[in-house]
Design a protein around this ligand. Structure first.
Ligand SMILES: *[C@@H]1O[C@H](CO)[C@@H](O)[C@H](O)[C@H]1NC(C)=O
Ligand SMILES: *[C@@H]1O[C@H](CO)[C@@H](O)[C@H](O)[C@H]1NC(C)=O
Ligand SMILES: *[C@@H]1O[C@H](CO)[C@@H](O)[C@H](O)[C@H]1NC(C)=O
Ligand SMILES: *[C@@H]1O[C@H](CO)[C@@H](O)[C@H](O)[C@H]1NC(C)=O
Length: 396
């Protein structure tokens, strides 16, 4: 009797397994069926966490579905490792809270942690409700300012894809990668006003093999920024602007920083940004390396500093002056064209004791249509070669 029911059970499990694998393929966990209320007011974070945990603890392919509507969520951490694959499909809008308890000294809104093969997408929107918090940002005056939430954090996430999402008005950066590997971003749209503080588009640190393609990023700060430990980063067909452009650094701000290497930026357009392609390091005595960067097929439209290496980066005017100990080498600029909104279109201000090595300028055509006269370049402690058309005339 016992053995018959065991056999039946195994047989049923086999059938069920077959149904979900072949018939449905993916198991759908709809947050609405677990009590989410998309009225833009009710806090859904507990429901989302429970549904995510159910999907995460199921084997096979699992979809967490967030349908149409506006769902308010307090800060949450969605944590793996998961037994199967989780796809987070956002069709509606997720809305961040505006109360101080969920904002001041809180470093995240939605964090994904320790997940392999995450898929995040669905065509929906994340609304960080930044206007409620930007006034609390004191970081331009106070280096020990309180942190505000980054909309989406990926900590120790691997082999994952983030596609077809819009992120607006983050309180701090929109997206942040830390300790992550093998992440692809495609068809991402990021929007925040030009004067919103610290609203970086995608910030990368201690992460490798990252691809960002076919996206638009218009914010008040960097389009994509890369801090120490960013390796093999590929950015292609991204339009940046307004904002501060693509930035490597700041490096050399402290001891034992990891290198930044293997960055390629191709077929990107910068519109009205403060910088185009920027590398910045502090003038402090901490060592570091930045190398193997390639910028190719780039269009600049009215960019203030289209090409810039700044090894005396000092946003607060209170830094001690010295020599940066960060070595920058093997940086290629190929086919960079368009307009600069300042006369100085190419500026290399490198360290006296660690001059920039192997800078390559190839087919540069930047023009300036202002009263200050023709476009120029400036080189301090920069070594390398220039090939082909050079406008401004190369100082290398
Ligand atoms: C570039 O990205 C945009 C989306 O921002 C997309 O519509 C377009 O097709 C992409 N171009 C290429 C050549 O892939
Ligand atoms: C330079 O970086 C690219 C990735 O952007 C990588 O494929 C290549 O192997 C690197 N070259 C060296 C010499 O490290
Ligand atoms: C990148 O830009 C170059 C030059 O503008 C162009 O020839 C090439 O087709 C572009 N590639 C893609 C993938 O858009
Ligand atoms: C440089 O760009 C300008 C327009 O910005 C264009 O008129 C000119 O032909 C370009 N020069 C070359 C040699 O391609």
């Amino acid at each position: 009797m016992g053995s018959i029911s065991v056999i039946r059970c195994v047989y049923l499990m086999f059938l069920l397994a077959c149904t979900s694998e072949v018939g449905l393929g993916k198991t759908v966990f709809n947050v609405m069926e677990d009590g989410a209320i998309a009225d833009g007011k009710t806090d859904n974070s507990e429901v989302f966490e429970n549904v995510f945990n159910k999907a995460c603890q199921s084997e096979g392919k699992n979809i967490v579905l967030i349908p149409q509507g506006t769902s308010m969520l307090r800060p949450i951490v969605l944590k793996g490792p998961c037994k199967g694959q989780v796809e987070f499909q956002i069709i509606g809008t997720l809305q961040a809270p505006t109360d101080k308890a969920s904002t001041i000294n809180v470093d995240h809104w939605i964090t994904f942690q320790y997940i392999d093969q995450l898929i995040l997408g669905g065509g929906g929107k994340l609304d960080g409700q930044g206007p409620s918090a930007w006034g609390d940002n004191t970081c331009s005056k106070d280096p020990n300012c309180k942190s505000l939430p980054i909309s989406l954090r990926f900590d120790f996430v691997t082999n994952s894809k983030i596609t077809s999402l819009t992120s607006i008005n983050s309180k701090n950066a929109h997206m942040n990668l830390f300790g992550s590997k093998g992440i692809e971003f495609h068809y991402i749209h990021i929007i925040a006003p030009e004067d919103s503080p610290n609203t970086d588009g995608i910030h990368i640190g201690s992460s490798s093999n990252i691809e960002i393609t076919d996206s638009t990023i218009a914010t008040g700060d960097d389009c994509v920024s890369m801090s120490p430990g960013s390796k093999n980063i590929n950015i292609r067909n991204v339009t940046c602007g307004l904002g501060h452009g693509i930035s490597v650094g700041s490096l050399g701000g402290g001891p034992n920083e990891e290198d930044v290497s293997g960055l390629t930026v191709t077929n990107c357009t910068f519109i009205g940004t403060q910088n185009g392609l920027r590398v910045k390091t502090w003038a402090k005595p901490y060592p570091g390396n930045v190398f193997n960067l390639t910028f190719e097929d780039i269009i600049m439209e009215n960019v203030n500093n289209p090409i810039i290496i700044d090894q005396q980066y000092c946003p607060s005017r209170k830094c001690e002056k010295g020599d940066s100990q960060v070595q920058i080498h093997d940086v290629k600029y190929r086919n960079i064209r368009g307009t600069s909104s300042s006369k100085l279109a190419v500026a290399f201000d490198c360290s006296k004791s660690k001059p920039c090595e192997k800078i390559e300028l190839d087919e540069i055509n930047l023009s300036y249509h202002g009263v200050e006269g023709p476009v120029v370049s400036s080189c301090v402690n920069a070594k390398g070669i220039a090939n082909g058309l050079q406008q401004p005339q190369s100082c290398i």
